[in-house]
Design a protein around this ligand. Sequence first.
Ligand code: SAM
Ligand code: SF4
Ligand code: FES
Length: 344
Amino acid sequence: MLTAIQQAAATHLLTKEEIVRLLQTTEFDGPLFEAANALREKYVGNLVHLRGLIEFSNICKQNCLYCGLRRENLNVQRYRLTTEEILDFAAKARSYGYRTVVLQSGEDDYFTVDKLQYIIRKIKELDLAITLSVGEKSTDEYRAYKEAGADRYLLRIETTDQALYERLDPGMSFVNRIRCLKDLRELGYELGTGCLVGLPGQTLESLADDILFFKELNADMVGIGPFIPNPDTPLAAAAGGSFELSLKVMAITRLLLPDINIPATTAMETLNRQGRVVALQSGANVVMPNVTEGDYRKFYALYPGKICINDTPAHCRGCITGKITAIGRSISEDYGFRNKCCPL
Ligand code: SAM
Ligand code: SF4
Ligand code: FES
């Protein structure tokens, strides 16, 4: 396996069997994380890109079994931010030095194309890059957001096991999810996807397929997080994913896609107090601190134990700066698009 890791670091190729083997054993974790960290440094450098996350609505028409925002969860206080609040949080994010904001929400049809286009146009006036993460939409809607100025889109495939996907996301179709990703790519977005690790019924083979899917899609950004069971969902009693396995899926993704943006995810830090720093040293180069203010953070309750729910955007900005500089890395001052400089 050591040879496979070394070869993958040079060729960015691994077979499904090799990936499964790496996921099965802890024996090669040290060399794996080192190789991913070295590739991160070689291809995307030592700068960490920050994205300011605005969780602008927790209202969702979907019913994903794993998610606290699912429509049948009556135990969550629902909110949607006003346009003014969204623009205010974006302006504050800019003033804290962020160059990208991520607008994330449940699938909330209150935000029509016109409303979202207006918000996107106003935020672009602040000289910010915009990532949207608002779920499955029609081709025309994706086109309209792009025309208004959205730069990137984040839509995790969640799992490439079609039967598992459709069991866990009732009423949603895997084929449509793929259609969305294809549309986003064709419309010229920087394309972000990713998966959950530790879903009930998910196998290591299926996680290997997820990694190979990211490679085949040539995703520009891949976010990987452990599934954390939420007591207010049908998966309350599930075991959930581990930090270690999520970290490995992330590191192998870096081997296969050396020049992409990979976030150290909030869910990783929820399971491990140093989770984001460890991830930054195992292949990640992006962090997405929350810039939503007040109680909204608490109400955006995907899973229990979410970090930063009582902190302010200013505090989080200082906290993450401290963590990044403490490991000898610096914060990028540009938009942080995928680094396409390097021959692959
Ligand atoms: N509604 C949009 C969507 O589904 O793409 C964006 C918001 S959704 C809350 C963002 C991500 O949260 C999902 O892609 C999913 O991977 C993650 N998520 C949901 N429930 C989770 C849980 N229990 N543990 C960890 N991550 C979770
Ligand atoms: Fe809604 Fe997204 Fe949660 Fe599914 S994962 S219930 S689409 S917010
Ligand atoms: Fe929010 Fe550390 S990033 S408290």
